[in-house]
Design a binder for this molecule. Structure first.
Ligand code: NAD
Ligand code: MG
Length: 386
């Protein structure tokens, strides 16, 4: 039986690489659902090639175009974000790959879990916003969540065969991004073009900015807590500029296991989609002799405050990480539109955290309200600044 995959965000960086993995393994996978935000042309091209049962174009202004382009096929076409929550429940779907960006991934993921679908999770924001709710739901519905994020995939791979061995701690590696080693005076002047040049990975715009501010590593610390059931004190971050060691697990006997390889998201994507199997691939192989020195350094939490903020909200719990995520999404978007500077991103987050009401035991509707209230607050704050 082929695994039937739904991809939320098929036109993005993760989505297109997932389709490459699926194309290379047609005897293992088939595509049931493709969804995109705005890129109607690529969605049409993908649908023609992969012949899914259903597609969703979230931006309704492109609906007629997609519908008419696919009219001669037996492909159902839907519009709007509301359609995402129903397509993930389809009987045609075994695995939902959450490869859309931001808070918008939360609701479809909840629906997919409730429908008993296996989750291949790229959308880390879902666990950042509502990790407690999502992991409880997954337990209740006996659903597995397999990480796609390379660091978490590395940890997951290191844990294979270690079911009865507790984790002492994990070490998440960070490339350090394009501004590693720079000071605040330098960061005050950086442009979006500089921030969008990641040294090792080619990714969507939002996560690339998050990597430059180290927010991405902060989000990953929170993601790791929920995926692997850890305390903040068990999660270390170390800067490793070559991005070869993808992350490490230290066990209670002191032994450390690492997962390594060239930086290529296709590997963690295919590990998540065909877990526990390792599919044969032709990805370029790592050669130690090409990397005679792999280096490690301490992250600079004073210059890159977002990572420190993430640890703070991890300790605080409740809706605090939801506030940070929403403020960060608004601030990154404003930075990408040249409306605020690079260092303003942390200020918007810090202010939002101080002003939005803390809820220690949030329900789903509390997350919805926190997200909306924070977005309004952060947008107003940016409006005043500009
Ligand atoms: P991207 O911007 O390249 O692609 C995002 C995809 O989601 C696109 O198909 C877009 O059309 C769709 N989308 C965006 N907003 C949407 C919305 N509101 N409703 C519906 N669809 C929407 O992003 P990406 O780099 O592929 O990242 C996707 C997710 O994977 C993010 O959560 C990111 O943090 C995570 N991730 C990405 C990488 C990477 O290498 N790109 C690595 C680890 C984790
Ligand atoms: Mg990562």
């Amino acid at each position: 039986m082929k695994k039937r995959i739904a991809i939320l965000g098929s036109t993005g960086s993760i989505g297109t690489q997932a389709l490459d993995v699926i194309s290379a393994n047609p005897e293992v996978f088939t595509v049931s659902v493709l969804t995109a935000g705005n890129n109607a042309d690529l969605l049409i091209e993908q649908a023609v090639k992969f012949q899914p049962s259903e597609v969703v174009i979230c931006n309704a202004t492109h609906f007629d175009k997609v519908k008419s382009a696919l009219a001669s096929f037996t492909i159902k076409v839907y519009q709007g974000e509301d359609a995402l929550v129903s397509v993930v429940e389809s009987d045609d779907v075994d695995i939902v790959l959450t490869a859309m960006v931001g808070y918008a991934g939360l609701l479809p993921t909840i629906h997919a879990i409730k429908a008993g679908k296996t989750i291949a999770l790229a959308n880390k924001e879902t666990l950042v916003v509502a990790g407690e709710l999502i992991t409880a739901l997954a337990r209740e519905h006996k659903v597995s969540i397999y990480p796609v994020d390379s660091e978490h995939s590395a940890i997951f791979q290191c844990l294979a065969g270690e079911e009865n061995n507790p984790i002492e701690k994990i070490i998440l590696t960070a490339s350090g991004g394009p501004f590693r080693g720079k000071d605040r005076a330098f960061l005050a002047e950086v442009t979006k073009a500089q921030a969008l040049k990641h040294p090792n990975w080619s990714m969507g715009a939002k996560i690339t900015i998050d990597s430059a501010t180290l927010m991405n590593k902060g989000l990953e610390v929170i993601e790791a807590k929920w995926l692997f059931d850890l305390q903040a004190s068990q999660i270390d971050v170390i800067v490793h500029p070559q991005s070869i060691v993808h992350s490490l697990v230290q066990f209670e006997d002191g032994s450390i296991k690492a997962q390594m390889g060239l930086p290529d998201m296709k590997l963690p994507i295919q590990y998540a989609l065909d877990y526990p199997n390792r599919l044969k691939s032709d990805f370029p192989r790592f050669n130690f002799l090409n990397y005679p020195s792999l280096t490690f350094e301490k992250p600079d939490l004073e210059t890159f405050r977002n990572l420190a903020i993430a640890y703070e909200v991890l300790e605080k719990g409740g809706n605090a990480a939801c506030i940070v995520n929403a403020a960060n999404e608004i601030a990154v978007d404003a930075f990408l539109h040249d409306r605020i500077g690079f260092l303003d991103i942390s200020d918007v987050i810090t202010e939002s955290l101080a002003k939005i009401a803390f809820i220690s035991n949030p329900s789903y509707s509390d997350y919805v309200e926190t997200n909306e209230a924070t977005r309004r607050f952060a947008s107003d704050m940016i409006q005043v600044k500009v």
